[in-house]
Design a protein around this ligand. Structure first.
Ligand code: ATP
Length: 475
């Protein structure tokens, strides 16, 4: 089943159960504390907090999300994308735990021929919060195998906003990929074999004095209890499509194929190269989606995240042996794979691609400047027992060749070499204070001369000659 069909089934299922289907909000987060929309619930926060009245008490969406927190996991785990889509169903003071669990169970286990996802109930596991006996008994009543239930504490299975307000226990649903993927013992034992696909949050408490994930005060029960759920579309897709990870699904894999063609290498033959193929496929798609929502490369905030995604793509392709421009080859492929779900990509693509291609050109110039110097530094380091690129070399690369430290770190790591980052930071700090001192000195000098002139010309004692000279000048 294609990813777009899996999303459609979700939205259709909840529409059938009287949910209002909402379009995805922009990736540019409406919440000023985060750069990007990181979860399906973000656009609904005012309703969840009771600050605004929702247009309907039951809503559902397929929300575009970006999580940069997961960037180092990309390509290495089977389940983390920087861009992904979160399906969600929400109840604002309407249905609660019983229906939320029933809906999830029914959609997951109804055969595909009858509109569901057709997961084998024997492969499903759930976790619940320590004190949430109610959730456990609802799962059991649904026919869930008690042997496949695990209990977790506040750290893992209790949600809050991070401050005073609503909070509550959650119940996470996992799929067992089978013994060939790891050890027995459920999600508590192995997160690569047991994949979290759906998180059901039951917001029934008011909390305050939230000091940490485990240290807070539960004030009491909320009058309006909410349901907030999030199911990872890419995770559902890879499991339902019989693939090994989220990068092999229909919306992502075409970019891996394009990277294979460009590099002349085969995905699946070399573990280190495979990570790069997956990074490329993930990052190209994230860059495309972020740019389509209006972000452009820059040195700050979202623009900087985007710049890093594009640069990491180019760099990963270099590791795969491709030094020619790659973005014009990869971006259209990602667009074609995503357009069935996001037709607006056709409209934005002209501007998006021009900007992305320009960014690659600029980055290639930076690379051309620094790459030989980095190679020399890496080769020098490799001659030692514990290969480390010196902080001084990293600093020179940055200072003289405009080679960002992240790039030095990543490119050195690709060759199994570390970088003396502490020394680099020290040299950067020294340079900053030198620059500050220079600026001060300069300002001081300029100011002094200005004041000298000022003193000489304007502050000398003035003899008011108006009465005597006015008439003379006027002649
Ligand atoms: P994990 O612990 O596996 O990283 P999570 O606890 O961070 O997941 P939630 O914040 O509960 O996940 O998000 C809800 C759902 O969204 C998850 O069950 C998962 O299916 C999906 N999801 C979360 N992060 C990602 C990601 N980086 N890439 C793809 N899907 C994700």
């Amino acid at each position: 089943m294609r990813t777009s069909e899996i999303a459609k089934r979700y939205l259709d299922y909840f529409a059938k159960h009287d949910h209002l289907v909402m379009p995805s909000a922009s990736l540019i987060s409406p919440n000023p504390t985060t750069l990007f929309t990181i979860a399906g619930m973000v656009p609904f926060i005012p309703y969840l907090l009771g600050e605004q009245t929702p247009p309907h008490k039951r809503m559902t969406s397929n929300q575009k999300c970006v999580r940069t927190l997961d960037i180092d996991e990309v390509g290495k785990t089977t389940r983390h994308g920087t861009f992904f889509q979160m399906l969600g169903n929400f109840s604002f003071g309407d249905y609660f735990k019983e229906e939320a669990i029933h809906y999830a169970w029914e959609l997951l286990t109804t055969p595909q021929s009858e509109g569901g996802y057709g997961f084998d109930p024997e492969k499903l596991w759930v976790t619940t919060y320590t004190d949430d006996e109610e959730a456990r008994s609802i799962w059991k009543n649904e026919g869930f195998d008690p042997e496949h239930m695990q209990i977790f504490g506040m750290e893992d299975n209790f949600w809050t906003t991070g401050g005073p307000g609503p909070g509550g226990p959650c119940s996470e649903i996992y799929v067992d990929r089978g013994p060939e993927y790891g050890k027995d013992g459920g999600p508590a034992a192995d997160e690569t074999r047991f994949i979290e696909i759906w998180d059901l949050v039951f917001e029934n408490y008011e909390v305050d004095n939230v000091k940490s994930k485990t240290d807070m005060h539960i004030v009491g029960e909320l009058e309006n209890k909410n349901i907030d759920t999030g199911a990872g579309l890419e995770r559902l897709a890879y499991l339902m499509q019989g693939k090994q990870n989220i990068y092999e699904t229909d919306e992502v894999y075409p970019v891996i194929e394009a990277a294979e063609r460009l590099s002349g290498r085969k995905y699946g033959e070399d573990a280190a190269a495979d990570v790069k193929f997956r990074v490329v496929a993930d990052h190209v798609r994230s860059a495309l989606m972020i740019m389509s929502d209006g972000v452009r490369p820059s040195n700050v905030g979202r623009g900087y995240v985007l710049r890093r995604l594009l640069r990491r793509t180019i760099q990963a392709m270099r590791v795969l042996g491709v030094t020619d421009p790659v973005i014009p080859e990869l971006l259209p492929v990602s667009k074609d794979a995503m357009v069935p779900s996001y037709p607006e990509l056709e409209k934005t693509f002209h501007d998006v691609s021009e900007s992305a291609y320009g960014e690659e050109d600029a980055f290639r110039r930076t690379l051309d400047n620094g790459i030989e110097i980095l190679d020399v530094a890496v080769n020098k380091a490799k001659k030692t027992a514990d290969p480390v690129v010196s902080g001084q070399d990293a600093f020179t690369l940055h200072d003289t060749y405009g080679f960002p430290i992240e790039l030095t770190l990543e490119m050195a790591a690709d060759q199994g070499v570390k970088v003396d980052e502490a020394k680099f930071r020290e040299l950067m700090a020294e340079q900053k204070s030198r620059a500050r001192a220079d600026a001060l000195k300069k300002r001081h000098n300029v100011d002094l001369s200005v004041y000298d002139d000022f003193k000489k010309t304007l502050l000398k004692p003035i003899d008011f000659l108006g009465y005597t000279e006015f008439s003379a000048r006027g002649k």
